[in-house]
Design a binder for this molecule. Structure first.
Ligand SMILES: Cc1ncc(COP(=O)(O)O)c(C=O)c1O
Length: 366
């Protein structure tokens, strides 16, 4: 037996190099706190989903259906897909992690873009692989920069479309160009967590690309437009061979019964989704415009949040703004971890929250 001098168990190489994900804060001062830090739904969840969640409480002693059949069928029916090609996860986070777990190992490389969602490097490094960052242009993923970084070691490319935290998106023609430039053995993961919010004719989440290729997976979430973030629920649409792999590595009961029930009901409540879209359609441009009028630079967003760039002077920079907002009951997201210390990310809130936030930012700047 070989003895080592370690005083306690050590994780695998690479794990201690990971910068842990920092979630949005949930507290601030003030009688009324507006949490605008995690891109959550300002209109709650579907009443039908909440009712389904509650009724699932009647049989908590039973394990869930490990196949989440009711939920996968509801998703398949909604989008005209084969249920066998859908795999559900405890949040799309779990699916991103499982994909990395199944397809990446030491010596492999996986590419993501400069301001891409920070779960990607965590998923990559957790599996001993090397994250490769492709620079963006104007806060937008650059297909040529990604393709230029493909090497013999590349196994995966993660693309959030639209991206969090920038809110920008690549038109489908660019996604297709990216796919066309990748070798067949490289898995392209299209993370479409904010797809439902996008109102652009040249956008597609990627259903068609998944259906017509063997190396593309699209992930979706119930945490944003469906307002079910607390339940941790997401899904992936995959080629059959990828679904098979995910079903081998996932936990046998990775989705809880209340999440299955609420998710299926939410999928069938299109009227609620339309309401959530209408809210965002009204308030995303309003918020972007009001903050621009105050003299701030707002990256044009198609999601349910905006990236707001503050002046550089100590009195008016993003850190000072964050502190001021917190003092006044607003929780927004600092962007230091994304290499954007001069910016804050603000979720589109309720009508009240949006008005109050703009007034507060105005007071801060004046
Ligand atoms: C781009 C992107 N992908 C995935 C997720 C993960 O969502 P969830 O795990 O709640 O499904 C988020 C959440 O903020 C996100 O912004």
């Amino acid at each position: 037996m070989t003895m080592t001098s370690q005083s306690h168990p050590q994780p695998k190489p690479g794990i201690l190099d990971i910068s842990a994900y920092v979630p949005g804060k949930s507290g601030a001062k003030g009688a009324r706190v507006h949490k605008l830090s995690s891109n959550e739904s300002p209109i709650g969840a579907s009443a039908k989903a909440i009712a389904a969640y509650r009724s699932a409480g009647d049989a908590l002693e039973l394990y869930p259906d490990g196949a989440a059949a009711v939920l996968r069928t509801a998703i398949a029916n909604r989008y005209g897909l084969m249920a066998d090609n859908i795999v559900c996860g405890a949040g799309s986070d779990e699916l991103l992690q499982l994909l990395a777990h199944a397809y990446l190992g030491p010596g492999d490389e996986a590419i993501y873009s400069q301001y891409g969602f920070l779960v990607y490097p965590i998923a990559i490094q957790s599996n001993g692989a090397t994250p490769v960052v492709a620079p963006e242009k104007d806060y937008l993923a650059d297909v040529d920069a990604i393709l230029a970084r493909v090497t013999g070691k590349t196994r995966m490319v993660f693309l959030a479309n639209p991206n969090n935290p920038t809110g920008r998106y690549l038109p489908f023609s660019e996604v297709k160009r990216l796919h066309a430039g990748l070798p067949a053995h490289v898995l392209l993961v299209l993370d479409a967590a904010y797809a439902e919010y996008v109102r652009r004719n040249d956008y597609e989440a990627g259903l068609e690309l998944v259906a017509t290729s063997t190396n593309v997976v699209m992930t979706r979430t119930f945490s944003k437009i469906y307002g079910l973030a607390a339940l941790r629920l997401g899904w992936a649409y995959c080629p059959a061979h990828v679904a098979d792999v995910l079903n081998r590595v996932r936990g046998p009961f990775n989705i809880s019964t209340p999440a299955i029930a609420a998710g299926a009901a939410a999928m069938q409540d299109q009227e609620f989704v339309e309401r959530a879209i209408a809210h965002n359609d009204a308030w995303l441009p309003w918020l972007s415009n009001e903050l621009t009028v105050l003299g701030l630079e707002v990256t044009p967003s198609v999601g349910n949040f905006v990236l707001v760039h503050f002046p550089l002077d100590d009195a008016h920079n993003a850190h000072a703004a964050d502190a001021y907002l917190q003092e006044n009951g607003f929780v927004v997201r600092r962007m230091d971890a994304y290499g954007l210390p001069g910016a804050l990310r603000v979720t589109v809130g309720s009508e009240d929250a949006n008005h109050a936030l703009v007034s507060c930012v105005k007071a801060f700047l004046s």
